[in-house]
Design a protein around this ligand. Structure first.
Ligand code: SF4
Length: 327
């Protein structure tokens, strides 16, 4: 069966303007040749530090920003070059849950109107059928039915994010992009929302692109993980392989920073030094070479390609061509 979403060589370069004439003086290479796919019913997590381009990938797929180049196929149909007049149809098939549940809900609309809006806009339900859909949506996200007649400010952050999830579910989309959807929440609330998404996955067979900087969070939810660094994918693998046998040094550094509940447990910490370089002038060769503890000459000049490791695992590192990665 072909994947629900296929992303091939996606690029998004934002122009920089300067001078009196506002000429283009350079580009921010936010996303620079990213390819992956997502099967129907699968959750793929896109992880990496702030500024690595992961949210831009999500926005380019949703056509909230126009990709510079590359192809995005939804169910076999090319959507990256759809004319604006056809984007409305796309909006029904792909929904998004943003990071901030405070700014993403209109303070002037009751929950009833927030949830009814997509159903009315896409002409999916009216009258009694609409009312029944609203009640069902609240049940799905475990909110009481009297929530319909309240305003967003009457809810906690976690409850607001449940409303955002219900709004995303309303038009029964093929794909939901969760863009740092739990990052702004308190730790305990974060766990509740992740558990809710996991339950919804089971109940509804959702297909999710889950964008997060937090590997610990995605472990409980995801089927596969794609790791991004400075506009490029550096590793992609199923959850178990990535968490037990990561290949790329950057993935290993991210994993070694995940807190463990037992402070006495032996740990092999890999501390990265320096900041993420600017995406305006990304380093030559391997983009991670300025921070990689295993860097060698070739890394500075030749860009590593994604190469297969274990079944379903790809990593972009010159060490992959050597017998084993140093511990
Ligand atoms: Fe490190 Fe070189 Fe591998 Fe890049 S290619 S991750 S710099 S060892």
């Amino acid at each position: 069966m072909s994947p629900l979403l296929e992303v091939t060589n996606l690029r998004k370069h934002f122009p920089l303007h300067g001078g009196v004439l506002g000429r283009t003086t350079g580009y921010v290479y936010a996303v620079d040749g990213v390819s992956f796919d997502i099967a129907r019913g699968e959750t793929l997590s896109l992880v990496g530090e702030s500024g690595c381009g992961k949210s831009t990938v999500g926005r380019a797929i949703l056509r909230l920003v126009a990709p510079t180049s590359g192809e995005v196929l939804l169910d076999g149909e090319r959507i990256d070059n759809l004319p604006n007049a056809q984007l409305r149809r796309l909006r029904q098939r792909m929904q998004v849950v943003f990071q901030d549940p405070f700014s993403s809900l209109s303070p002037r609309m009751k929950v009833r109107d927030i949830l009814a809006e997509p159903l009315r806009n896409f002409d999916l339900a009216r009258g009694a059928a609409l009312e029944a859909r609203l009640v069902a949506l609240l049940d799905k996200v475990r909110l009481p039915r009297d929530a319909l007649d309240r305003f967003p400010h009457e809810f906690s952050g976690g409850q607001r994010q449940r409303i955002c999830i219900a709004r995303a579910l309303a038009p029964e989309p093929d794909l939901i992009v969760c863009d740092e959807a739990v990052s702004a929440l308190d730790v305990s609330v974060k766990a509740q929302i992740v558990n809710l998404l996991a339950d919804l996955q089971d109940e509804l067979g959702l297909t999710l692109l889950f964008i997060s900087h937090d590997l610990a969070i995605v472990e409980h939810l995801t089927h596969r993980v794609a790791v991004m660094y400075l506009g490029k994918l550096v590793e992609i693998a199923d959850r178990r392989t990535l968490f037990t046998a990561p290949r790329h040094p950057y993935t290993r550094a991210l994993l070694s920073a995940v807190p463990v509940p037992d402070p006495t447990a032996p740990r092999n910490r890999m501390i990265l030094t320096g900041d993420v370089p600017s995406p305006i002038r990304p380093p030559s060769g391997c983009r991670f070479h300025t921070r990689c503890p295993f860097v060698f000459d070739r890394c500075r000049t030749e860009e590593p390609l994604l190469r297969p490791g274990a079944p379903g695992q790809l990593a972009a590192c010159h060490l992959e061509e050597m017998p084993a990665v140093a511990a």
